[in-house]
Design a protein around this ligand. Structure first.
Ligand code: ATP
Ligand code: MG
Length: 365
């Protein structure tokens, strides 16, 4: 069996450095590794509408932003199929059948959905579509027979749910769906990058992001105003690196080479952390270093993005062609599913013959 990747992002905003370290950077590496037979990257507009039903324009505007971020980071349409979720109607059909295999209480247990409901103040009125989006995500993954889903840690419950649905489908219907594996970042700091406000997760919906497309000035402003250790008031005070976003970002982004280039008085991050914990190292100095590191990483992405944005119709064309390719694959899987569920009445010659014989014998008997 071939190795297949499916992953994606919601077009609820431009992509940020959390996406980059949590998933996007890895995707590009995997794409270029040559180890995968098929790669599908989905812009999840239908999922974005589950909590933005009253704001379709936001979703519509952000599709191109996400596509530009993809291409700027190095996703290559010659190697990866980039497509838009809503253009694949088969996914809705699959979702509808998967809904029969999942209980309400199982959905209620999903910790990511639980915290997202809280974050969006949905407690008293959860849209059904939002509540059930993990089921639709199972359709997204299984439609492409994905073996591997490179995502951030918040997606682990979705992959678990998908595996359960696949198992149930295959057991009940004798189907041939594939149980996917999650592929998390190796670097612990990248699992769930916090926001610049120190909140648990950098998230488009929380507005605490450094975007891949931010200008040099915007990035610098955000980094210099970042939340750090609130008890580290004076330079001489000992500081905490644990849970301190500035140090978590350094964990995610910096290498020893960055020290050589921008902060040669330290060999590596361990030495810098030790000094901060001892006291005598100010936040401003650490932030300036972080700014240098992040600017170096984001500059080429921003410049490529600007180049690609010169031909927007070409970007839509890439998405259109990708969507056509993706639909073909999803339609094949759906046809197999319907065969397994025995709801392929018109191609089931045996069924028709069987029923004909039954009615014939009834009328004769
Ligand atoms: P929204 O607030 O609309 O849900 P989001 O910022 O959470 O947006 P998604 O589109 O939901 O972004 O997530 C896309 C991918 O990026 C997923 O694989 C997710 O795990 C990963 N991801 C999102 N935020 C982070 C983060 N802060 N750290 C690491 N990975 C992240
Ligand atoms: Mg999210």
């Amino acid at each position: 069996m071939g190795k297949i990747i499916l992953t994606g992002d919601r077009p609820t905003g431009r992509l940020h450095v959390g996406h980059y370290v949590g998933s996007l950077k890895r995707r590009v590496e995997l794409q270029n590794s040559g180890q995968f037979d098929e790669i599908y990257i989905m812009i999840a507009d239908a999922q974005a509408l589950t909590d933005n039903a009253d704001n379709p324009e936001k979703v519509r505007q952000n599709i191109i932003e996400v596509a530009l971020d993809y291409l700027a980071c190095g996703l290559d349409p010659a190697k990866s199929t980039l497509f838009i979720q809503s253009q694949i109607p088969e996914l809705c059909e699959m979702t509808f059948y998967y809904m029969d295999l999942v209980t309400v209480s199982r959905l209620q247990r999903n910790p990511t959905v639980k915290s997202e409901i809280q974050m969006r103040n949905f407690e008293t009125s959860i849209p059904v579509g939002f509540f059930t989006y993990p089921i639709s995500q199972a359709a997204d993954i299984t439609a492409f027979k994905a073996t591997t889903v490179p995502v951030g840690e918040d997606q682990a419950p979705m992959i678990e749910q998908t595996r359960e649905i696949v198992h149930k489908f295959n057991t009940v219907y004798g189907g041939n769906l594939v149980e996917p594996d999650i592929l998390l970042p190796d670097n612990k700091a990248c699992l769930r990058l916090p926001g610049i406000d120190g909140k648990a997760k950098m998230s488009k919906s929380l507005g605490n992001c450094i975007y891949l497309s931010d200008s040099e000035e915007e990035i610098q402003k955000k980094i210099m105003s970042m939340y750090t250790d609130p008890n580290h008031l004076r330079v001489q005070d000992p500081g905490q690196v644990e849970g301190n976003p500035v140090f978590i970002y350094l964990d995610a982004f910096c290498t020893d080479a960055h020290f050589e280039e921008y902060l040669p008085e330290y060999q590596n991050l361990d030495e810098l952390k030790a000094h901060y914990m001892r006291g005598g190292l100010g936040d401003v100095k650490v932030k300036k270093f972080l700014n240098n590191v992040i600017q170096e990483e984001l500059r080429p992405i921003r410049e490529r993005r600007r180049e690609i944005a010169k031909d927007i119709p070409a970007v839509y064309k890439i998405l259109e062609e990708g969507s056509i390719r993706a639909e073909k694959k999803a339609a094949e899987t759906l046809a197999e599913m319907k065969r397994a569920m025995k709801i392929n009445y018109f191609e089931d010659k045996e069924l028709i013959a069987e029923q004909a014989a039954r009615f014939k014998s009834e009328s004769e008997g």
